[in-house]
Design a protein around this ligand. Structure first.
Ligand SMILES: *[C@@H]1O[C@H](CO)[C@@H](O)[C@H](O)[C@H]1NC(C)=O
Ligand SMILES: *[C@@H]1O[C@H](CO)[C@@H](O)[C@H](O)[C@H]1NC(C)=O
Ligand SMILES: *[C@@H]1O[C@H](CO)[C@@H](O)[C@H](O)[C@H]1NC(C)=O
Ligand SMILES: *[C@@H]1O[C@H](CO)[C@@H](O)[C@H](O)[C@H]1NC(C)=O
Length: 399
């Protein structure tokens, strides 16, 4: 029986892109004294560009260009319908947090995206002229990707079914891109793109745990992966800093226990294990454990590199804030943990269909829902989270 459900999970999980991760429990990790009197709005950094690493939380079009891309739900309607009426590769009905962040930071809109009016850096795998279209950074994030190499996951009995473009592969892409830039610019040392850019290292790692859980691993098993996942994130941050990056934002994991996917699949795992929001306690505690481990690693990095801004972005708290303030933000109170498009059940979640085939309903009512397909959030939820992060000064000038 256990074997059957494992096989089922393997089959099912290869169908969808699990990328939902984030969490962040504690308040801002940079300890800055709170001002006693009202301060002028803090100066936002003038960033020259954004380099984004991660998974479906921030993929704006890479995974759908990979060989397995066409099988992704995010490559089909109604994904992206709110943005341009067709899929863009974003695993949501519209924009992602990175789109709103790039806009808030005042990044100019790169060429191929002029028609969308989006300042977000272009996906790395998008064909085009790098020198032109990657002027303001590059998005290396791949939906379904993991922080650990797929070979390392396999050694731990976990199959990564969607993509092999894990975090270290994305770093290799960055290194190739950077070398290319240096050759074009002829003087890499004075070339300022790294120094003036924002490096978003994550969210990543969420899928390592998603695949573990979906393939029958316990919370204890997943806990053993945390040091490995965090080491990879830290190593990538270090490498970027050694190359010249001075502003890094490293997001944590989401409160995955509030995800309709887990709420549905683990419904009867232990009926007493819900918190006051109706979320799965064990999974949220696990997400916070990852986040704390990550923050400790970042603190070590700050001591090592006192002149580099290394900021933890608390996606956990941002998502929790959206859940708690859902009515004030305009979300439908009865649907806080429900999926916009689904086939019924307590959470209206369907792993088999995700959002496919539900165009009509979700088109008109997506703004009332936090959850888009049960794994990913709606544009409006991502916008609310991005607002919270921007207000929490995650992107302010700190060096
Ligand atoms: C990842 O790489 C392995 C080994 O090369 C290959 O068998 C597998 O099909 C790849 N997975 C995906 C999703 O591309
Ligand atoms: C992980 O993948 C990267 C990029 O392909 C490679 O350079 C590295 O050696 C791999 N590490 C391990 C431990 O497999
Ligand atoms: C499911 O419940 C069992 C027993 O209570 C526990 O050991 C396991 O970690 C739980 N799995 C998840 C993913 O919550
Ligand atoms: C579940 O999704 C379907 C399809 O989008 C929708 O018609 C229905 O109203 C949803 N149910 C709830 C309770 O949100």
């Amino acid at each position: 029986m256990a074997k059957t459900s494992l096989v089922l999970f393997l089959v099912l999980s290869s169908f969808f892109i699990a990328l939902l991760q984030c969490d962040a429990r504690t308040h801002r990790s940079r300890t800055q004294p709170r001002p006693l009197r009202p301060q002028p709005e803090p100066q936002r950094c003038k960033y020259d560009g954004i380099f984004q690493f991660g998974d479906s939380i921030s993929d704006t079009g890479n995974q759908i260009l990979e060989p397995a891309g066409p099988r992704s739900p995010c490559a089909h309607n109604p994904y992206g319908q709110k943005l341009i009426g067709e899929p863009t590769g974003r695993c949501s009905n519209g924009r992602l947090m990175i789109d709103f962040i790039a806009q808030a930071l005042g990044l100019p809109t790169p060429k191929p995206y002029l028609e969308l009016g989006l300042p977000t850096p272009n996906p790395y795998l998008e064909p085009g002229e790098p020198a032109v279209s990657f002027n303001h950074g590059v998005n290396f994030a791949v939906a379904g990707s993991t922080a650990l190499n797929t070979s390392v996951l396999l050694q731990n009995g976990i199959l990564s079914p969607v993509t092999n473009s894990s975090l270290l592969v994305q770093l290799d892409w960055f290194l190739a891109h950077y070398q290319n830039l240096c050759e074009t610019a002829k003087n890499c040392e004075t070339y300022n793109i790294l120094k003036g850019s924002l490096f978003m290292v994550g969210e990543t790692g969420g899928n390592d745990y998603n695949y573990a859980f979906l393939q029958g691993k316990s919370i204890e098993d997943a806990t053993a992966l945390v040091p490995l996942v965090v080491n990879n994130i830290r190593d990538v941050a270090k490498k970027l800093i050694d190359l010249g990056a001075t502003r890094l934002v490293v997001p944590g994991n989401f409160p995955i226990g509030c995800s309709p996917m887990y709420l549905t699949l683990f419904k009867n795992n232990d009926s007493t294990s819900y918190d006051d929001k109706g979320c799965l306690k064990g999974l949220n505690t696990f997400a916070r454990y990852h986040n704390q481990y990550l923050q400790n690693a970042l603190q070590q990095l700050r001591l090592e590199y006192p002149n580099v801004a290394i900021v933890y972005a608390d996606y956990y708290q941002a998502a929790e804030w959206v859940l708690t303030n859902a009515p004030q933000l305009g979300f439908e109170t009865k649907s806080i943990l429900k999926v916009c498009c689904g086939t019924g059940g307590d959470y209206n979640f369907s792993l088999m269909s995700m959002c496919l085939g539900w165009k009509e309903f979700c088109m008109f009512r997506s703004d009332q829902y936090i959850n888009w397909d049960g794994v990913h959030l709606t544009e409006k939820a991502y916008q609310s989270m991005a607002d919270w992060l921007i207000k929490s000064q995650v992107f302010e000038c700190i060096v």
